[in-house]
Write a protein that binds this ligand. Structure first.
Ligand code: FMN
Length: 177
């Protein structure tokens, strides 16, 4: 079985594209890529390491599929599981709710007991308010395909060097346990 679950939601395809770029860093056998629309709560019990991706839509909201799915996870215990989050947003048009969806995922999985890796610096983004920000950092990788697509590959690369060893170690520890 794959070691890491990479689950995403995407409205216009940007988050899917980033998810596929992230998947390429791993050996194919180590990671399973799934649209959250096709995931069941039991799929979250199969892994101990996850990468979860979301765009922000509406006014600082999660996309439809994540929004519908999250309440289904309420009965699960994520303690001992390690998550790395990434969020897509548009810092110019949505400067007052920039990548809020990232923050919503973080808050939900924190409540469920998860641990996190892959916090990301605020430098290089210009916005007013973000629910994805905590204690001077973003709670996961932030990608802005609308305004800064030229930076995406490099941002992913930097983030992957940070999160990959942590996620693989978390998955291996769990398999050894
Ligand atoms: C209707 C609409 C609402 C949006 N609302 C927000 C928002 O509140 N905050 C934000 O950071 N980005 C917002 N965005 C920007 C998207 O998050 C961004 O374009 C993202 O790359 C879309 O990813 P997707 O193609 O995977 O759906 C919005 C985009 C649209 C079309």
């Amino acid at each position: 079985m794959a070691k890491i679950g990479l689950f995403y939601d995407s409205d216009t395809g940007n988050t899917r594209k980033v998810a596929k770029m992230i998947r390429k860093y791993f050996d194919e056998a180590d990671i399973e890529l799934k649209n959250i629309k096709k995931v069941e709560p039991a799929d979250f019990e199969k892994y101990n390491a996850f990468i979860l991706g979301t765009p922000t839509l509406g006014e600082g909201e999660l996309p439809e599929n994540w929004d519908a799915f999250l309440p289904e996870l309420d009965a699960l215990d994520f303690s001992g599981k390690t998550l790395a989050l990434f969020g897509l947003g548009d810092q110019e048009t949505y400067a007052h709710e920039f990548v809020d969806g990232l923050g919503i995922l973080y808050e939900k999985f924190t409540e469920l007991g998860a641990e996190f890796t892959g916090f990301w610096p605020l430098d290089g983004y210009e916005y007013e308010i973000s629910r994805g920000e905590l204690n001077g950092e973003f709670v996961g990788l932030v990608i802005d395909q609308d305004n800064q697509s030229a930076l995406t590959a490099e941002r992913i690369d930097t983030w992957m060097t940070q999160v990959m060893p942590v996620l693989l170690a978390a998955a291996d520890d769990a398999q050894a346990a």
